[in-house]
Design a protein around this ligand. Structure first.
Ligand code: PLP
Length: 222
């Protein structure tokens, strides 16, 4: 199947309120252009250098999403253009994104990554750390010093355990949705719930996802 056909097929299954991020990591620009020519404008990458090279070569109406783990010292390379950072898991990183965004006179949208999987290896905050970061953000927004004016936390991101066990995957997605709903009642800025990949996006959507990150089902295996 072609990239364009894969895209059409996946998009036909997505409800209107769900945004598709085409995860193009490791794929050549020619593949991304095929998706672009089929109408796709949101691309997700997990390495800042690779994303920047693609951004330089591709049309400027693309929204670039950073979906991987972000190293603080690399934030400066994407601050000029990145539109959403999915994997924010510390206040320190948020402060660096704020600092770099300020240099470009931009406000960069971010998602806080929550650890929902059983595996130790997956990055992300636990619920307590998440509450703590939001509290600090909120408190600093009240005081004049230490304001993070150039970042906006607009939602949460999570990854389920890599397993065939759909009951477990669904449990993890629903857990994140519960956290999201709880936080949203006191913070209307939280609008995006990024969860679901090629293997589990249907489950993610039925559990409340508003943004899916799909790679191999569009571009083929890596
Ligand atoms: C690679 C990646 C995806 C896409 O994975 P597929 O299984 O190819 O759809 C989604 N989210 C993150 C964070 C990724 O690193």
């Amino acid at each position: 199947m072609s990239i364009a056909k894969n895209l059409t097929q996946i998009k036909s299954q997505l409800p209107n309120h769900v945004t598709l991020v085409a995860v193009s990591k490791t794929k050549p620009v020619s593949d991304l252009m095929e998706a672009y020519n089929a109408g796709q404008r949101i691309f997700g990458e997990n390495k800042i250098q690779e994303m920047t090279e693609k951004w330089e070569q591709m049309p400027k109406d693309i929204e670039w999403h950073m979906i991987g783990h972000v190293q603080t010292n690399k934030v400066k390379f994407m601050a000029e253009y990145v539109s959403l950072v999915h994997g924010v898991d510390s206040l320190k990183l948020l402060e660096e994104i704020n600092k770099q965004a300020k240099k470009h006179n931009r406000i960069i949208d971010c998602l806080l990554q929550v650890h929902i999987a059983e595996e130790e290896t997956k990055f992300g905050l636990n619920e307590e750390e998440l509450d703590e970061i939001l509290k600090q953000l909120f408190d600093s927004a009240q005081s004049d010093n230490n304001k993070l004016e150039n970042v906006r936390v607009v939602g949460l991101m999570g990854m389920a355990t890599f397993t065939e066990n759909t009951v477990q995957i669904e449990k993890e997605f629903k857990h994140l949705k519960t956290i999201f709903d709880r936080l949203q009642t006191s913070n209307s800025q939280l609008q995006i719930l990024s969860m679901g990949m090629s293997g589990d996006y249907q489950l993610a959507i039925s559990s409340g996802s508003t943004m899916v990150r799909i790679g191999s089902s569009i571009f083929g295996g890596r």
